[in-house]
Design a binder for this molecule. Sequence first.
Ligand code: FES
Length: 177
Amino acid sequence: MSTAQRLLTDDLRQRIRAYFPRYPDRRAVVLPALHAVNEQLGWVPPQAVVEIAELLGLAPAEVQDTLSFYGVFKQDAPAGQVRVWVCRSLSCAARGGEELLEYLSQKLGIRPGQTTPDGRVTLEYAECLGACDFAPAALAGNLLLKNLTKEKIDQWIESLPSREDSMRKVEHGTTVE
Ligand code: FES
């Protein structure tokens, strides 16, 4: 494969190679490699699976197995700038989690698994986030939204950077949460 056709940049390949001495074998590097690619590209397309496998000396099916196991990785399309997971497991469901997921879905105009047309938010549902004491809970990027209410959802949406602000931050080399 020529360099021009590659999806994984030299920097990204170098970042993945840096994991090699830290793990017992190349198979164990698959997960951190997938995280690195997902973080850089916003998703893990099939071409990236092939290139990760090539880099690690594994079969693409071995990389795909790990990829398919973890719901955190986007495989169908790039994720939005912020991914928000709304918990629908027992404690959260008992305290209105499903209703809040529906509310957020309507406010954003998308269904779980989809990304807003402006590319700012990807909505997901999650199984237990490990924050049952704060049910209903959601995770927006790295931000845990505790004891979620419709009012808190409204505030969170209002706090999102505009698309223009997001683009400016990306241009200046920072990521947006
Ligand atoms: S059930 Fe929702 S965080 Fe545990």
